[in-house]
Design a protein around this ligand. Structure first.
Ligand code: CMC
Length: 429
C-alpha cells in the first residue's frame, strides 16, 4: 500500500504523506497543502476531515465496533462502573483498586455546590429546559474557582475535572428539582455516582428514598455507554473552544449546548416525543410515520435512526435494547411505546430506503424508553447524556492541551459573496 498521495494541480504534482492509525485507518496529511499550493479543501460537515489524532476512542462504523482505550464497549458495559470508565478515559489506563478508591474519594469530596449557586437557579423561569440551566451554571462555575483555570497546569486541570464530574450531577439534579418546584436535595457521598444521582433527583425532605439497585446499575450502564464517542459535534466543540485556551468550564458549557440539538444528544428526547406522536396520532402504526420520514418534502426524520459513523447497528443500541427489557421487568411495567419502537425498528430495517442508506438504530433509540420506565422526566434525557459524555469531553480536552503541536481550531472557507462594490448612502438605496 502506498504511503503517499499525489495531487495534481495545474499540471504540478504535490505529494502528501498517508498517515496510518493503530487500527489501520488511513488519512492523507494535508497540513501543508495551503502553504504548498495556495488551495484549501472544502468539506462541509467535516465528513472527510480528521481534526486530530487521538488515543481515546476507536470506532469502526462499518462493523459496529466501539472501544474505549482499546476495551470493547460490551465488556465495559458488563464489567465496569461509570467512575472506573471516567478514570480510564482521563488517565488512559484501568485503575488499580487504590487508584480507583483515591479517584472516587476525590470526586465525592466535590459533590457540593457553593450555596450561592443555588441562587442562580431562582433567575430561571420555572419552565426553563434543564439543558439551558446546566450549560449556564456550568459556565458560571469558573467564577467560583478563578485560581484553577490554567489549562497547562496539570494539578489545576485535574482538580477542575474532578470538580466538574462531581458537580455536574448535582447541577443536573438541581435543575430538575427547580423545574418541579421541589427543594434541592443535597448529595449523599456514601452512595455510588448513579445512586447519588437518583437520590438527588427523587428524594424529598418529606420521606426517605431507597435507591433501587437495578435502576442504579441501569443508570451506571447508560452513563458508561455514553462516556465517549470520539470527534462528534459536542466533543469537537469542547476541543475547539478549548483550543483558544478558554477555561475548561467555558468549554464544557459550550459542549453541553452543542449536545442539546435534536440531531445529536437531543435525539433521545425527540425519540420519545416521536413514539408518543405515533401512539396518539397514528394509532400506534409506525409504518405511516416511516413513510413521512422517507418523504423529502418535509423535515421529518426517524429519530434515533442513522449515524454519521455507524453504517451498521450501533453497538450501544444493541446493549440498550436488551437492557430495556430487563429494566421494564424490574420496574414491573409494560410499555406501549416499547412495542411501537420495536415494530418501527423491524419495519425500518426491512425497508429499502433505510437499507440502502445503511440507517440503523443509534444509542438514542432505546435510551429514552429506559429513562421513561425509571420515571425520569423527558426533558432530563439529554442531561443524562451530558453526564455520561463528561469523561469523554474532559479527556479529549486534556488530550488537545497535552499535544505540543496543537493549535487554535480555525477552519477556512471559500467566499462566494458579492465582489467589491461601493457603499451606497442610505437615502440612495
Ligand atoms: N430518517 C430518515 N432519513 C434519514 C435519517 C433518518 N433518521 N438519517 C439519515 N437519513 C437520510 C438522509 O435524508 C440522507 O438521504 P439522501 O441521501 O437521500 O439525501 C441520507 O440518509 C444520509 O443522511 P445525512 O443526513 O447525510 O447523514 P449525516 O451523517 O449528515 O447525519 C444524523 C447523521 C445522525 C444527523 C442523521 O442520521 C439523523 O438526523 N438522524 C436522526 C437524529 C438522531 O437520531 N440523532 C442521534 C445520533 S446518535 C447520538 C449522537 O451521537 O448524538
Amino acid at each position: 500500500m502506498s504511503d503517499v498521495a499525489k495531487i495534481i494541480i495545474d499540471g504540478q504534482t504535490y505529494e502528501y504523506p498517508i498517515f496510518t492509525g493503530t487500527e489501520g485507518e488511513r488519512g492523507i496529511d494535508i497540513s501543508t497543502l495551503r502553504k504548498d499550493t495556495g488551495l484549501i479543501t472544502l468539506d462541509p460537515g467535516y465528513v472527510n476531515t480528521g481534526s486530530c489524532t487521538s488515543e481515546i476512542t476507536f470506532i469502526n462504523g462499518e462493523e459496529g465496533i466501539l472501544r474505549y482505550r482499546g476495551y470493547p464497549i460490551e465488556q465495559i458495559a458488563e464489567k465496569s462502573t461509570f467512575l472506573e470508565v471516567a478514570y480510564l478515559l482521563i488517565e488512559g489506563k484501568l485503575p488499580t483498586q487504590d487508584e480507583l478508591d483515591t479517584f472516587t474519594h476525590s470526586i465525592k469530596s466535590h459533590t457540593l455546590l457553593h450555596e450561592d449557586i443555588r441562587l442562580m437557579f431562582r433567575a430561571f423561569p420555572l419552565r426553563a429546559h434543564p439543558m439551558a440551566m446546566l450549560s449556564s451554571v456550568m459556565g458560571a462555575l469558573s467564577t467560583f474557582y478563578p485560581d484553577t483555570l490554567d489549562p497547562y497546569d496539570p494539578e489545576q486541570v485535574k482538580i477542575s475535572m474532578h470538580r466538574i464530574l462531581a458537580k455536574m450531577a448535582t447541577i443536573a439534579a438541581y435543575s430538575y428539582k427547580y423545574s418541579i418546584g421541589h427543594p434541592f436535595i443535597y448529595p449523599r457521598n456514601e452512595l455510588s455516582y448513579a445512586g447519588n444521582l437518583l437520590h438527588m433527583l427523587f428524594a424529598t425532605p418529606a420521606e426517605t428514598y431507597e435507591v433501587d439497585p437495578v435502576l442504579e446499575r441501569a443508570i451506571d450502564v447508560l452513563l458508561m455507554l455514553h462516556a465517549d464517542h470520539e470527534q462528534n459535534c459536542s466533543t469537537s466543540t469542547m476541543r475547539l473552544v478549548g483550543s483558544s485556551d478558554a477555561n475548561i468550564y467555558a468549554s464544557v458549557s459550550a459542549a453541553v449546548n452543542a449536545l442539546w440539538g435534536p440531531l445529536h444528544g437531543g435525539a433521545n428526547q425527540a425519540v420519545i416525543e416521536m413514539l408518543y406522536d405515533i401512539r396518539d396520532n397514528y394509532k400506534g402504526d409506525g409504518s405511516k410515520y416511516l413513510e413521512l420520514a422517507k418523504d423529502k418534502s418535509n423535515n421529518i426524520r426517524l429519530m434515533g435512526f442513522g449515524h454519521r459513523v455507524y453504517k451498521n447497528y450501533d453497538p450501544r443500541a444493541r446493549i440498550l435494547k436488551k437492557m430495556t427489557k430487563d429494566v421494564l421487568e424490574a420496574v414491573g411495567g409494560s410499555s406501549d411505546i416499547l412495542e411501537i419502537a420495536m415494530q418501527l425498528e423491524e419495519i425500518a430495517l426491512q425497508d429499502d430506503y433505510f437499507v440502502e442508506r445503511k440507517l440503523y438504530p443509534n444509542v438514542d433509540f432505546y435510551s429514552g424508553i429506559i429513562y421513561k420506565a425509571m420515571g425520569i422526566p423527558v426533558n432530563m434525557y439529554t442531561v443524562f447524556f451530558s453526564l455520561g459524555r463528561m469523561p469523554g469531553w474532559l479527556s479529549q480536552w486534556a488530550e488537545h492541551h497535552a499535544n505540543p503541536k496543537a493549535r487554535i481550531g480555525r477552519p477556512r472557507q471559500i467566499y462566494v459573496g458579492a465582489n467589491e462594490r461601493d457603499y451606497v448612502p442610505i437615502e440612495k438605496r
